[in-house]
Design a protein around this ligand. Structure first.
Ligand SMILES: *[C@@H]1O[C@H](CO)[C@@H](O)[C@H](O)[C@H]1NC(C)=O
Ligand SMILES: *[C@@H]1O[C@H](CO)[C@@H](O)[C@H](O)[C@H]1NC(C)=O
Ligand SMILES: *[C@@H]1O[C@H](CO)[C@@H](O)[C@H](O)[C@H]1NC(C)=O
Length: 460
């Protein structure tokens, strides 16, 4: 009941005057009368309940490909959230790669949540020139992700606000974040606690200054981050681009399969009438920058499973593919590898490698700045039937996190032993019969560290 009433408040808020008037005419009385208000309220409640029940009766059969419809039940349950609509947190422009930006954004949200404040919608960065401040190309959050949708999905957990919501009656309080070795997790947490009371809390806006938020200390469990990521839905223009790429990949797979079947069965299979062909996406990190970085990382951490060579990746991925049904392998690779023919050669029989250029979709990507290109590739990988990545990459890790969440929502809590429909693997860790190791995010982890800095313990 509480759920419905809370929903009602939201709807009530959005209801315009004319519909209120119609309602009052409907009840033959004025909405100023208390009885009438109650009557209207009950009616609306019943109506909304019917809608809600209708919406969620089909919960179990929701299609994978429709992220808009997939809601975890917890998203609908509002607790009394305590988030204040008239107190705000401002954070600096968010920088670096797409997934570092997502993490930083989530960290900003969770900081605001801790202070019971609304987060002022931050700027993301469209480019990757993180060392040259003037080339950062700020891009508003709502040019990439849906603003309203974010707030409705995250309702009761975190809240985004706009600068136009500000009253500007008090100045801003600058909260200087420390840095360096002396700035410990404990000090950082203590600073946040102090800022949530006393004179600092009086300010309408607390503005965080200092290093970019990805470098703030982490005080929150994986589950909280996952909860924020769930609310990030791409704006339609970008989502449509990802749809185009995915359908191109599936179309390619269908063509190949229908050819094979025609050859085998000697009849003409209609390409278009076949079900969409599954595909594997491989986040293949073999570019020189990464190789240098990962070798250093291996030396520093004493872990030898971080770097994988081209051959190793091809072999391990090839061992997942069944020979009877050739499968498109989409290679999410750095642009510097697009002219490198060696990544397309050497795959096992049955694996049909494509990158965006060979697929003919590089034109879709090239229209957009770095951040959007990355967001499209992220979508393509996270929707793949099978995803294979590197457990030391943030990009791969966040994809697996999202896939893990989706599986949990379908009722699957461990995908390690059983054959699930959308498995993920880490190619840098050898599994049985030289396949890549199955990979699932440990959702109960107490910090995002393992995910954001990489790990070879991948819970399978
Ligand atoms: C935030 O809200 C919660 C729940 O209403 C409350 O218990 C907590 O004391 C509040 N904290 C601050 C800093 O206002
Ligand atoms: C406060 O300042 C912001 C940005 O500077 C502006 O968008 C907003 O309209 C101002 N609010 C009021 C009430 O003047
Ligand atoms: C790949 O080669 C083409 C033509 O040879 C060139 O125009 C393009 O810039 C190259 N792309 C990359 C990413 O090196």
């Amino acid at each position: 009941m509480r759920l419905v009433v809370r929903k009602l408040q939201v709807c009530d808020f959005q209801m315009d005057l004319s519909s209120k008037c119609k309602l009052s005419r409907l009840f033959g009385c004025y909405l100023t009368s208390v009885t009438c208000k109650c009557l209207a309220l009950v009616t609306i409640t019943l109506f909304l309940r019917a809608i809600l029940l209708h919406l969620f009766s089909g919960y179990g059969v929701i299609e994978w490909n429709n992220p808009d419809l997939i809601l975890s039940p917890s998203l609908l349950l509002n607790s009394e959230d305590g988030i204040r609509r008239e107190k705000f947190l401002e954070v600096p422009q968010i920088v670096w790669g797409l997934n570092n930006q997502k993490i930083a954004f989530a960290r900003a949200c969770l900081t605001a949540r801790m202070l019971n404040r609304t987060l002022l919608m931050p700027s993301l960065s469209a480019s990757l020139f993180y060392k040259e401040i003037d080339r950062l190309q700020p891009i508003s959050f709502d040019k990439v992700f849906q603003f309203e949708r974010f707030n409705s999905l995250c309702n009761g957990f975190v809240l985004l606000g706009r600068y136009s919501d500000l009253k500007n009656q008090t100045g801003m309080y600058d909260l200087q974040k420390g840095s360096g070795r002396k700035w410990t997790v404990e000090r950082d947490l203590e600073q946040l606690k102090q800022s949530s009371k006393g004179f600092v809390d009086e300010y309408e806006v607390i503005r965080i200054v200092g290093k970019n938020p990805f470098l703030w200390h982490d005080h929150w469990p994986v589950k909280d981050y996952a909860r924020v990521f769930e609310c990030l839905v791409l704006v339609h223009e970008i989502a449509k681009e990802a749809d185009k790429v995915v359908s191109k990949i599936r179309q390619m797979g269908r063509t190949v399969r229908s050819k094979t079947e025609t050859a085998q069965n000697n009849f003409d299979a209609e390409g278009s009438s076949l079900p969409p062909a599954p595909y594997i996406a491989v986040h293949m990190r073999v570019e020189i920058d990464w190789m240098i970085h990962c070798k250093k990382l291996e030396q520093r951490s004493g872990i030898s499973q971080i770097c994988s060579s081209k051959q190793e990746i091809m072999e391990r991925v090839g061992n997942i593919v069944s020979l009877e049904s050739p499968t498109v392998v989409y290679l999410a690779v750095a642009d510097s590898l697009l002219n490198d023919s060696s990544i397309l050669g050497g795959w096992k029989k049955g694996s049909l490698p494509f990158e965006k250029k060979k697929l003919g979709v590089d034109g879709i990507y090239n229209k957009h700045p770095y951040l959007i290109q990355s967001a499209i590739d992220y979508e393509v990988c996270s929707r793949a039937d099978i995803f294979v990545g590197n457990s030391f990459s943030t990009f791969s890790s966040l994809i697996v996190l999202e896939r893990t969440q989706k599986m949990i929502r379908m009722g699957i809590t461990s995908s390690c032993d059983i054959n699930v429909r959308w498995p993920s693997y880490a190619y840098n860790i050898p599994g049985e019969s030289n396949r890549p190791q199955k990979w699932m995010t440990k959702m109960s982890d107490s910090s995002l560290k393992a995910i954001s800095y990489g790990s070879n313990s991948i819970s399978c």
